[in-house]
Ligand binder design. Sequence first.
Ligand code: MN
Length: 197
Amino acid sequence: MSISLPELPYGKDALAPIISANTLDFHYGKHHKAYVDNLNKLIAGTDLEQKSLEEIIKIAVKDSAKAGIFNNAAQVWNHSFYWQGLKKAGGGTPTGTIAAKINAVWGTYDKFAEELKNAGMTQFGSGWAWLVLDGDQLKITKTANADTPIAHGLKPLLTLDVWEHAYYLDYQNRRPDYLAAVIQNLINWDFVNANLG
Ligand code: MN
């Protein structure tokens, strides 16, 4: 068994002009693929070769000697989750169960959107902004580099990649503009609702 690169849930140009086909070519076709290839090399011939991606992450996070495995495995998982959380003509005011839950915590969608954007903007260096469930509590959080909420007992509902490779081709250094555009135009609320399950 080896870890495979999942298919993108849409075409390379589906998220344009918010995220260009050029960015998806590099981000999915080079970066995400490299994490998959690196992970498979690192686990080849070890006990981890027979484990699921989630199991590999949960084992490797407890062992500092497995930091390289953790980083690549978590990046594979985070990217697969990120792609699913986006869709053409998504974003804006949420629908379904998540809408009421967001209003209960943040009062308004606008306040939620501001805090999600702020989490991404204030992640120093590379990382991820997240909407998660901590038990029954809806929270916005952020992780550095490859770190992932599933390694810490949290249930991810949505993530936004704030590594420079996620936005530099389209927005150069303007991370806030990338975050605002994605939140307004691409969030897949159906995916978020399904994750509430
Ligand atoms: Mn990325």
